[in-house]
Design a protein around this ligand. Structure first.
Ligand code: SER
Length: 595
């Protein structure tokens, strides 16, 4: 077998398919566009669904790429030798062009000629047939023609040899390619679907000829497609005779750094090795998620929550092996360097990656220690074999422990968690803070049209800019009223503003609008908001969840929303009037040019 590095495998794969008429297309974003049904891009075909359904692709009918993918179904499994949350998928597609014969021929040639894998190490599976689609004797005959003997071709049912992207959409039977690791078969019935470790799947060629409809029917597609996917990490590992993807060049530098800093060697004992793998995997995924062209930041919902879990789990395991979690960001820097030529967005967003990782690490490492103490304490007195839901919620709310982390820690101690109780506590809390937010919101806004929403964002910019221009951090909102025409904003200040000051405030708001800053909303506890110097109404109840709106470096406030998505939507800001409101309180009326 040819011992290729990850970089060599990527380039030889793309080159091979380019020579065979495929256009090389760039990897799509990890955050799917126009597909709210999934959080992340999980396969190379995912961004290509419209083209598999018949839309014309601008690059043609033969495509190839390396797609960054994230699968988070089993974050908790990461730590063993095989699970990864981020991986790269090498793929080639025929959009109504070639079908089974050429596809199998390409795969066979790439594996045996480019990677020089001996034919006798290859085994394949093909679809056994059922009422939806006949037995794939054709694919089997093509494999045989290439020299794969009959006893290395296995017919398996839909469960194994059918590929769906989701409950509906393009799908079809597939032929999967496995490498025999040389381990003895575990039984007479051992076939590639067995997970005894004898077989490693490296490539999947899907013959997409159906569209699965919402009522579970398989309709023939307009065109017959081929969708293939080969796991980069797994293949590099296999051709280099390694036991785990973590031993490949993709991880070498990061693992060396973790070892150097913590004094714990990879492979020396199971517990430390597991922690090293978790950190190496999770920080790689976090780097790609923040650094993505549609990058996300840690939060309590959707992709942001997955990112938060990954970072917080890394912080916990770093602490476990004596690796200073403030240095997790150094691992991200190694990854940026390693991947920047293939994924230039990491370099472009390097500062953001460093900033967001640092912020999240700082946020969590402050509460981690106390949270761990608290968990130890409650586990001592726990009744039965489960931690109660209210306590699990308190750990989340006060110490920032994602529920999955509490579950993991409890599992390590032989306890479960009352998840239902947790969900109930969570829901009750949401209802309360929602009601609170709505109340606050009603106080300031007359209605919720787009324009009043934007005017609301303008009041935040105004507050931030007043503080800056007047050089007074103690300036606060004393009142706010918004109509469709204008905003009215009261603040503590004991003299009229000069003409220069008024102009400077107006200019500063317009500068923020011109910079088109995203308005970011995060949910957090009052304590966390205070820690981040957010201004606004601080509820007195400990652990209350609030929304915090951040507009770049201009303003950060606890607020019920809603707001513009980015400041550019406000178009232009005009100060109409500055006057006295009451003793020590000034009033500004202003408007914006947005419709
Ligand atoms: N879509 C198939 C897979 O993910 C082949 O690319 O395995």
């Amino acid at each position: 077998m040819k011992k290729l590095t990850s970089e060599q495998l990527r380039s030889s794969y793309l080159e091979f398919f380019k020579e065979r008429g495929h256009a090389v297309i760039p990897s799509a974003s990890l955050i799917p566009e126009n597909d709210p049904s999934v959080l992340f891009t999980t396969a190379g075909m995912h961004p290509l669904v419209p083209y598999l359904l018949g839309q014309k692709h601008p690059a043609g009918k033969r495509l190839t790429d390396v797609q960054k993918c994230v699968r988070t179904g089993d974050i908790d499994e990461v730590g063993d030798a095989t699970h990864l949350t981020f991986f790269e998928m090498l793929g080639n597609w025929s959009l109504g062009d070639y079908f089974k014969e050429e596809s199998i021929g390409f795969s066979f040639d790439f594996l045996t000629k480019v990677l020089e894998i001996p034919v006798e190490k290859i085994a394949v599976t093909v679809f056994a047939g059922d009422e939806d689609c006949p037995r794939d004797t054709f694919a089997a005959s093509v494999w045989e023609k290439h020299g794969i003997p009959k006893d290395r071709i296995f017919y398996l049912p839909k469960k194994n040899n059918w590929w769906y992207a989701g409950a509906t959409g393009p799908c079809g039977s597939d032929t999967e390619i496995f490498i025999d690791t040389g381990k003895p078969a575990c039984s007479d019935h051992c076939d590639p679907s067995c997970d005894c470790g004898k077989w490693v799947e490296i490539w999947n060629n899907v013959f997409m000829e159906f569209n699965r409809t919402a009522d579970g029917k398989f309709e023939p597609l307009k065109q017959k497609n081929v969708d293939t996917g080969m796991g980069l990490e797994r293949t590099v590992c296999m051709i280099n005779g390694l036991r785990s993807a973590y031993e490949t060049d993709l991880f070498t530098d990061v693992i060396a750094k973790i070892s150097e800093e913590s004094g714990k060697k990879y492979g020396e004992n199971e517990e430390d090795t597991r922690a090293i793998r978790i950190i190496a995997d999770h920080i790689r995924t976090a780097t790609f998620l923040i650094g993505d062209e549609r990058g996300v930041v840690p939060s309590n919902v959707d992709q942001g929550y997955v990112l938060r879990r990954l970072i917080r789990r890394s912080v916990r395991f770093a602490r476990q092996i004596g690796f200073d979690s403030a240095k997790l960001v150094d691992l991200a820097k190694i990854y940026i360097e390693k991947y920047k030529d293939v994924y230039p967005e990491l370099q472009v967003n390097a500062a953001k990656i460093v900033e967001e990782l640092t912020k999240e690490e700082e946020r969590f490492s402050k509460t981690l220690e106390n949270g761990l103490k608290e968990i130890e304490k409650v586990l001592k007195y726990v009744q039965g074999d489960k931690l109660n839901g209210k306590t699990a919620f308190r750990l989340y709310d006060t110490f920032g422990f994602p529920i999955e982390m509490t579950e993991e820690i409890c599992r390590e101690r032989g306890f479960g968690v009352d998840k239902e109780g947790y969900d109930k506590a969570f829901e009750e809390h949401q209802k309360k803070s929602q009601a609170g937010a709505e109340q606050k919101f009603k106080g300031g806004l007359a209605d919720t049209s787009k324009r009043t929403t934007y005017l609301h964002t303008a009041t935040h910019l105004l507050l931030g800019c007043l503080k800056k221009v007047l050089g007074r951090d103690d300036i606060q909102q004393k009142g706010s009223n918004i109509t469709a025409e204008r905003l009215r904003f009261d603040f503590n200040f004991d003299r009229p503003l000069t003409e220069e000051e008024k102009k400077a405030v107006e200019d500063a708001v317009n500068d923020a609008i011109a910079r088109d800053i995203p308005v970011v909303c995060e949910e957090m506890t009052v304590e966390q908001a205070r820690e981040q110097n957010a201004v606004g109404v601080f509820g007195s109840r400990y652990g209350e969840m609030v929304k915090v709106y951040t507009i770049g470096d201009v303003d950060k406030e606890i607020c019920g929303g809603p707001h513009a998505e980015h400041t550019g939507q406000l178009v232009h800001f005009r100060l109409l009037k500055e006057q006295s409101s009451s003793a020590g309180v000034r009033r500004i009326k202003a408007t914006i040019d947005a419709e």
